[in-house]
Design a protein around this ligand. Structure first.
Ligand code: ZN
Length: 318
């Protein structure tokens, strides 16, 4: 045991000494323009993705009856869907920015939510769920069934469960195969197929929403293992708009999965934070399918994808 401890101690000490040296070298290279700093803008330009779409107001009118609002909530997720009188919410951001989700929905004139989805119980997806449930009438609430061994219970999750109980909202524990028609929208749950007690992300509710001829695919934080399970079922997962899995991390959006989805547009919900941008992302893969039509919320703010069931328009939102 002692030997093991010593080895670990020495390893940590080496890291402690080496990391600042590499850090200093990196900063020196960046400041002398020898290496490019990994910001979103640089990642876009190195993948030849134009950002002009963000400024193009002409491109920006909301069309048709269906609009999906992807909220800029930092390293978290929150999508609000409006179709006629139908309102749907997928995830409710992290705890911060406080009040953002409820205020946004109120500004949109929402009074009741026909469907609320908690893709999985991580805080960056259910951070403000309790407040949402408290402020709006909720007709249907879905979440995945989480294996007990996964230790998913956190303060935030407990608060969400308490509010569900207080408001008498029964949570429908869904998995692949669940479907519902709400107004003109067809809702299909494509995952999870099995439970993962090691990695909560792979219990994410993966949701496809279809309006006439336009299909949106919401991945939650599903990673490679869940993507592979969905592929193994040979579902038709082709979709026009992909809400990219796990904030654009390389844990997700595997080549084969992306090929089957073949999206025309991609939305990545992640902050502008440079530390996030420094990690490798899947921009080059997405570029092959979506060209310049990749929207990163941290760069473009709240963004709306609207459709009449044929055409699709992206708009920057207030
Ligand atoms: Zn997440």
């Amino acid at each position: 045991m002692k030997k093991k401890f010593n080895k670990k101690y020495i390893k940590n000490l080496v890291y402690l000494l080496i990391l600042p040296i590499f850090g200093a070298i990196y900063l020196a290279l960046v400041s002398n323009n020898i290496v490019t700093e990994q910001t979103w803008k640089n990642i876009f330009s190195s993948n030849e993705i134009s950002e002009s779409k963000y400024e193009n107001e002409e491109n920006g009118s909301v069309i048709g009856d269906m609009a999906v609002h992807f909220l800029d909530v930092g390293d978290a997720d929150c999508s609000y869907i409006k179709c006629g009188e139908v309102n749907i919410l997928i995830d409710a951001a992290d705890k911060e920015p406080k009040g953002k989700v409820v205020n946004y929905l109120k500004n949109q004139g929402v009074e009741k939510l026909d469907l609320v989805v908690a893709t999985h119980p991580h805080r960056d997806h259910i951070g403000q769920m309790s407040e949402v449930l408290d402020n709006f009438e909720v007709s249907q609430f879905i979440e995945p069934e989480i294996p007990e061994e996964a230790n998913a219970v956190t303060v935030t999750y407990e608060r969400m469960l308490e509010t569900l109980a207080n408001k008498n909202i029964s949570a429908n524990l869904v998995s692949a195969g669940f479907s519902a028609d709400i107004g003109d929208l067809k809702i299909e749950v494509l995952g999870p197929i099995s439970q993962d007690s090691e990695n909560l992300n792979n219990n994410s509710v993966v949701l496809r929403i279809t309006y006439k001829n336009v299909r949106f695919l919401f991945m939650g934080d599903a990673e490679k293992a869940e993507e592979q399970e969905i592929l193994s079922k040979n579902y038709d997962i082709k979709s026009d708009i992909l809400k990219v899995g796990h904030h654009g991390s390389t844990t997700s959006t595997t080549q084969k999965f992306l090929h089957e989805v073949s999206p025309k547009y991609a939305v990545v919900s992640v902050s502008k934070d440079k530390h996030r941008a420094r990690k490798p992302y899947v921009m080059d893969r997405l570029k092959k399918f979506c060209g310049d039509d990749i929207y990163v919320t941290g760069e473009c703010g709240n963004v709306i994808a609207s459709t009449d069931g044929e055409k699709i328009n992206f708009t920057k939102a207030a």
